[in-house]
Design a protein around this ligand. Structure first.
Ligand code: ADP
Ligand code: MG
Length: 345
């Protein structure tokens, strides 16, 4: 990837030089960050309850450097983490970033990752307050921990759904998965014939859904403006079906989901069809959409019914009714999770 570009060996800088070099552009913006990078530990000061979430991303398991640009990888690593804080109805304020760098990586490659991290931090108003840096013998490793806060009464757990609540989801689903299928297809074609350029024409939305997901902080803000506190909430990282089942299991409830209400973008729909995939299955089991799935009281319905970015896709029932999807042809199917998972295959 960096054959024709400048290559500076990381060993030329040493560990401390590298950390300084990578973090120097990052400025602390939050009052809650008393001390960021540079001491043995960061020091934070919160009056609210504190939210913490960590993700580990491993080369070959969670990402493939054949088609993921490093800057996008840095951006996505931060976004997927912030998404977990937003899914608690919280405000994300700080991250730490730990990286294991394979020896084949020049400084310029790590700089690309940090450009993506910086972009995400600036866009979502996040302080980088620390991390750890090591070499890795097993490919690139990135772990991000995100820290946020919320007043105790605002935090949304997975277990708060009540019978009769409406099941809502932001944005549209299945795009990231279908985008990944296109990237995988083009990678195979490239491996068989390196002269061919990837054909991503007309697929920009779904490629972007895969490579550059955005945590839905705007939905958290919108719900606050509408004075709606979801009774439960989760982010859609493993596919809609899996996330609905998490809410229902933890809330000890059932649900009815309507297939025709699941929001699917036209490009996702058409591309899934082209690839011989069922668009609904892509939305149910695809994952990586990082939309917010939440339940609200029926009395809040009029507050959000006209919002084009939120779809009401079903409702919560009693536990004994189970979790079911009513298909477009009006047949009830039991909802099963086949979400993407890193232990498969
Ligand atoms: P220690 O030996 O105490 O773990 P380090 O030398 O690893 O300290 O880190 C020095 C400082 O740089 C700490 O504040 C740490 O949080 C920060 N840091 C280390 N690696 C990274 C990184 N990859 N990104 C951001 N901050 C980092
Ligand atoms: Mg350290």
């Amino acid at each position: 990837m960096f054959e024709n570009k400048e290559r500076t060996a990381i060993s030329d800088l040493g560990e401390f030089g590298l950390i300084k070099h990578l973090t120097t552009n990052f400025k602390i913006q939050h009052e809650t960050s008393l001390k960021g990078v540079g001491d043995d530990a960061a020091v934070l000061d919160f009056k609210d309850q504190v939210l913490i979430s960590t993700d580990l991303l491993l080369e070959g398991i969670h990402f493939d450097l054949a088609y993921v640009p490093l800057m996008h990888l840095g951006y996505k690593a931060v976004q997927v983490n912030l998404s977990d804080i937003y899914a608690m109805n919280g405000i994300a304020t700080q991250i730490t970033v730990s990286i294991g760098i394979s020896s084949k990586f020049p400084l310029e490659a790590v700089e690309e990752i940090y450009k993506g991290i910086e972009l995400a931090c600036n866009k979502f108003n996040i302080d980088l307050i620390g991390g750890d840096t090591s070499s890795s013998k097993q490919g690139l490793v990135i772990s991000v921990t995100s820290i946020g806060h919320a007043a105790a009464e605002d935090i949304c757990y997975r277990n708060g759904a009540e019978e009769g609540d409406l099941l809502c989801v932001s944005g549209d689903l299945g795009g990231a998965y279908v985008g990944l299928q296109i990237l995988e297809r083009e990678k195979q074609i490239f491996l068989e014939n390196p002269q061919l350029q990837p054909d991503l024409e007309g697929k920009d939305y779904i490629i972007e859904r895969q490579l550059k997901p955005e945590g839905r902080r705007d939905i958290v803000d919108l719900l606050a403006q509408m004075k709606i506190k979801p009774t439960s909430m989760i982010d859609v990282s493993d596919g809609l079906a899996s996330e609905i089942l998490h809410i229902c299991t933890q809330s000890e409830k059932g649900c009815t989901l309507y297939e025709e209400k699941i929001p699917i973008d036209p490009m996702t729909y058409e591309t899934a069809r082209e690839l011989g995939l069922d668009p609904t299955v892509c939305a149910l089991n695809g994952g990586e959409d990082y939309e917010l799935l939440f339940t609200i009281k029926q009395s809040d319905y009029t507050k959000l019914k006209n919002d084009v970015d939120i779809s009401i896709i079903g409702h919560i029932t009693d536990k004994n009714s189970g979790c079911n999807m009513i298909s477009k042809s009006n047949v009830s199917h039991e909802l099963k999770a086949q979400g993407w998972n890193a232990f498969k295959g």
